[in-house]
Design a protein around this ligand. Structure first.
Ligand SMILES: NC(=O)c1ccc[n+]([C@@H]2O[C@H](COP(=O)([O-])OP(=O)(O)OC[C@H]3O[C@@H](n4cnc5c(N)ncnc54)[C@H](O)[C@@H]3O)[C@@H](O)[C@H]2O)c1
Length: 235
């Protein structure tokens, strides 16, 4: 039976690239609040807001009804609402934590129940180097992404005996709509600082997700793998 991958925020950007890459070997289900830019043939798209517990629960049930199982979960949905902490509103703090961190917990909880019954699975959480090194204007985002790294370690310990691995990927600057918001001069400044001299591509992250989902990497768990062109080496 073909394995099944569920990707949150798989409608565009990094998530769309992950969905496309995993579609070569897996059936694909996507949770997103926006319809995909380029839908994948025979994939299941579900309009699910990962920050709403009931929607996640129902969404996971629908994936299992349609495909019978879930082998790979990629928690990729995420947003930014940047601002200096002294000016940050309660709602900008809360929304980022709700989607980026609580959403990861809801999806992990529901899918882990399925994977435990199946006696195996892979969970891959997309965090950020900002969750490791911090950033001005991103207290909400960095707290949510740092939280994902801690969640990944705890969940890896909880699920290891069930043959489920849990890992995180921490990208640096990747070319997507999220980083298009940066002004041109700031992009140039950042690119100059990155040792490999460029922003990453969504496909760079997709390659690492694919690697962590392969049979040959079943002995890696609880790790956060940085993919940033060397940027965090010099921060
Ligand atoms: N782009 C970067 O430089 C970069 C760097 C490090 C980490 N990341 C992380 O990678 C992930 C993807 O980022 P991206 O750049 O592709 O972003 P993006 O904005 O291009 O895409 C994010 C996707 O998530 C979906 N989404 C947003 N809120 C949602 C919700 N509540 N429920 C379900 N889906 C939701 C959006 O509709 C969109 O399809 C995020 O977690 C982001 O924090 C991105």
């Amino acid at each position: 039976m073909k394995s099944v991958a569920l990707i949150t925020g798989g409608g565009k950007g990094i998530g769309a690239s992950i969905a496309e890459r995993l579609s070569f070997k897996n059936k694909i289900a996507i949770f997103d609040i926006n319809t995909p830019d380029t839908p994948i043939k025979e994939s299941l798209f579900l309009n699910v807001d990962v920050s709403v517990s009931d929607q996640v629960k129902e969404g996971v049930e629908k994936v299992v009804q349609e495909f019978g199982r879930i082998d790979i979960l990629v928690n990729n949905a995420g947003i930014t609402k940047d601002g200096l902490s002294i000016r940050m509103s309660d709602s900008d703090w809360q929304r980022v934590l709700d989607i980026n961190l609580t959403g990861v917990f809801y999806c992990c909880r529901e899918v882990a129940r399925i994977m435990i019954k199946q006696k195996g699975g892979r969970i891959i959480n997309i965090t950020s180097i900002i969750g490791i090194v911090g950033n001005i204007g991103q207290v909400n985002y960095s707290a949510s992404k740092g939280g994902i790294i801690a969640l990944t370690k705890s969940l890896a310990k909880e699920l290891a005996s069930r043959n489920i691995t849990v890992n995180a990927i921490a990208p640096g600057f990747i070319d997507t709509e999220m980083t298009k918001a940066l002004k041109d001069e700031i992009r140039v400044e950042i690119s100059k600082k990155i040792p490999l001299g460029r922003f990453g591509k969504p496909e760079d992250v997709a390659s690492l997700v694919e690697f962590l989902s392969e049979d040959s990497t079943s002995y890696i768990t609880g790790e956060t793998i940085v993919i940033d062109g060397g940027l965090s080496l010099i921060l």
